[in-house]
Write a protein that binds this ligand. Structure first.
Ligand SMILES: CCCCCCCCCC(=O)SCCNC(=O)CCNC(=O)[C@H](O)C(C)(C)COP(=O)(O)OP(=O)(O)OC[C@H]1O[C@@H](n2cnc3c(N)ncnc32)[C@H](O)[C@@H]1OP(=O)(O)O
Length: 218
């Protein structure tokens, strides 16, 4: 019986490999990977993460949950495939492209002014006293800033630095307005800015440098 701790050895490698340095040779965009219920599956996982953040199971419930979670992990472990073919991060029809490690966001517009999205930090993202953890705010900025940079320079970028100014509390379970944009492009460097608002109130600002990867660059 699996202990639920998946290892790379258990990940199925698919022969055709689009990896050419960086993240992937071509941006994988799909609405089909993982099947029609992948969104519901992701949402159940997010609900699990939210519940676990606040859970205090009595011992008999913990016993039962451990058994059920071990069975779920064993089942999931058997479905693992490699990074390049996994649905997570490619499902543009789902919040945060189906990547449950990101705070769920929905991109509402991409235009010459940058990327506009609605992001909702959930119970899982709690820092303290109903506010989002600063690290999760940075995660949202990294992904949405990387998106704006990629659009501006038409290529895959990696983050060289990213700073966040936390201007006021970022609330949980509230749809927030996020905006990221390329402020200046200089060769391979994209100086990128961002902001997250709760209505009119500025929650946080980002100042980051993303660098376009050279062909084949890791
Ligand atoms: C559509 C889907 C969108 C999805 C978006 C997802 C975004 C997620 C992004 C990430 O999270 S990436 C993961 C976190 N980042 C990393 O792990 C990066 C680790 N660092 C590196 O790999 C390299 O340092 C890096 C690729 C960033 C740069 O190395 P390079 O060898 O390609 O560039 P180089 O060091 O020659 O620097 C190029 C220019 O940038 C400048 N530079 C590099 N790092 C800098 C820095 N930290 N601060 C200021 N300037 C910097 C450098 O001085 C130089 O300036 P000049 O061209 O003017 O000479």
């Amino acid at each position: 019986m699996s202990d639920g701790a998946s290892s790379p050895e258990t990940t199925t490698e698919i022969e055709e490999d689009p990896h050419e340095g960086g993240f992937r040779a071509h941006t994988a965009i799909t609405t089909e990977r993982g099947g029609p219920r992948y969104g519901e599956f992701s949402e159940q996982v997010r609900a699990l993460m939210d519940n676990v953040r606040y859970a205090c199971p009595p011992p008999e419930v913990a016993d039962e949950l451990i058994e059920q979670l071990a069975a779920i992990n064993e089942k999931l472990d058997a479905t693992r495939i490699d990074e390049w073919h996994s649905p997570s991060g490619t499902r543009i029809d789902l919040p945060a492209r189906g990547n449950i490690t990101l705070p769920p966001f929905e991109v509402t517009d991409v235009n010459d002014d940058g990327v506009f999205a609605t992001v909702t930090f959930r119970d899982f993202h709690l820092g303290g006293n109903k506010a989002a953890h600063g690290g999760h705010v940075a995660v949202a900025f990294d992904d949405l800033g990387g998106y704006a940079s990629a659009v501006a320079i038409q290529g895959v970028c990696r983050t060289a630095y990213l700073t966040v100014q936390y201007r006021s509390i970022t609330p949980l379970n509230t749809p927030l307005q996020a905006h990221t944009w390329a402020d200046r492009v200089d060769g391979r460097k994209v100086f990128t800015k961002g902001a997250i608002y709760d209505g009119d109130r500025l929650c946080a600002e980002m100042d980051a440098l993303f660098i376009k990867l050279n062909p084949g660059q890791q």
